[in-house]
Design a protein around this ligand. Structure first.
Ligand SMILES: Nc1ncnc2c1ncn2[C@@H]1O[C@H](COP(=O)(O)OP(=O)(O)OP(=O)(O)O)[C@@H](O)[C@H]1O
Ligand SMILES: [Mg+2]
Length: 323
């Protein structure tokens, strides 16, 4: 078995309001091995982005606070690093691609300026070498006429091309891990597929690991080796993509699967999970999913469910549903 590149252990990240504490991430653990694509999936507000931002120490503090846990990257706990130490990791060893490239790219600098900067922050390279690397990066992410595009400003590119540029910047220093937070959500379906294919082909050729965050299980099926299903700040199920799709062990995972358009028959009404993700400042007692759960019993209202091990890395947090 390959060694873990990243191990997040019992991570708790809370946001303090005036009279409330939002337990956005409430005891999350997951592992990413070298070369693996791991998906973190769950509905809006369940704590995916907060988990990802905490890895890179990008949570606004205050109101955010890391209450507990460890983020072990190559054996070092990133939560114990100083900001200058963290800056050496961000972009160089762990890079991040966000959902909306227009807000992540700076409108007043050219694409070339921004990719050059992404490299120069970490590596002193000569102007010629820098130029060659920028062109190669843009070519690798499938941008035509890269020499010309380097002189463009972000608004001159299409949404799909901007996301390719973001990926090029993330790849600029050859990171070991790329965290991609809903990188295709703002794009139309065909461009989405192109970007997913691009990420996969880059990964296959580089042994890079990817933490891919999405609310869309359809995307997960296409790219993930393993999946962590997140609900209300906790992991409710984890396993290989095959296991999660063929024998889901948690009612929430089952609900997500049932709402996939590709899984329902034509003409059949799409299933959706009733209700919404709870506000993290007012989480239900016991199993946080119980108010929405079709199989909940009385005990679910009071008892917090432990992870049950189904073997071969498949675990789920539901004592009621039988495998
Ligand atoms: N800066 C903040 N201040 C207060 N609460 C926050 C802050 N950032 C996130 N939260 C809260 O933490 C919870 C989890 O948010 P998070 O952004 O991680 O959700 P998500 O799973 O990424 O959702 P989405 O799919 O919509 O991106 C939410 O209830 C959110 O309101
Ligand atoms: Mg998010």
């Amino acid at each position: 078995m390959k060694q873990h590149l990243l191990s997040v252990r019992d991570l708790k990240v809370y946001f303090r309001g005036r009279d409330t504490v939002a337990r956005a991430v409430d005891g999350v653990s997951f592992d990413i091995r070298k070369g693996e694509t791991v998906c973190l999936v769950g509905e809006s507000g369940c704590g995916k982005t907060v988990s990802a931002l905490t890895i890179l120490d990008l949570i606004p503090k205050p109101p955010g606070e890391v209450m507990a846990g460890r983020v072990l990257f190559k054996g070092t706990d990133l939560l114990g690093l100083t900001e200058p130490e963290m800056r050496k990791i961000r972009g160089k060893q762990i890079a991040m691609v966000f959902q909306e490239p227009l807000t992540s790219l700076n409108p007043v600098f050219t694409i070339g300026d921004q990719i050059r900067e992404a490299i120069l922050v970490h590596e002193p390279v000569s102007p010629d070498e820098l130029n060659r690397r920028c062109i190669r990066l843009l070519r690798d992410v499938g941008i035509p006429s890269p020499e010309e595009r380097l002189k463009d400003y972000p608004h001159q590119l299409s949404g799909g091309q901007r996301q390719r540029v973001m990926i090029a910047m993330a790849l600029a220093c050859g990171p070991d891990l790329v965290i991609a937070d809903e990188p295709t959500t703002a794009l139309d379906v065909t461009v989405q597929a192109q970007i997913l294919n691009l990420m996969q082909s880059i990964q296959e050729s580089s042994e890079m690991s990817v933490l891919y965050i999405t609310h869309d299980l359809g995307v997960v099926a296409n790219i993930a080796d393993r999946v962590y299903v997140m609900y209300a700040g906790i992991i409710v199920e984890q396993g290989t993509t095959e296991e999660i799709f063929s024998s889901p062990g948690h009612p929430y995972t089952k609900g997500l699967l049932a709402s996939l358009p590709s899984r329902s028959r034509r003409g059949e009404q799409l299933h959706s999970i009733p209700g919404t993700v709870p506000n993290p400042a007012y989480k239900p007692s016991g199993c946080p999913f119980h108010p929405r759960c079709p199989t909940a019993v009385d005990a679910c209202k009071v008892r917090f469910p432990e992870m049950i091990d189904h073997g071969a890395g498949h675990l789920s947090r539901c004592p009621v549903v039988k495998q």
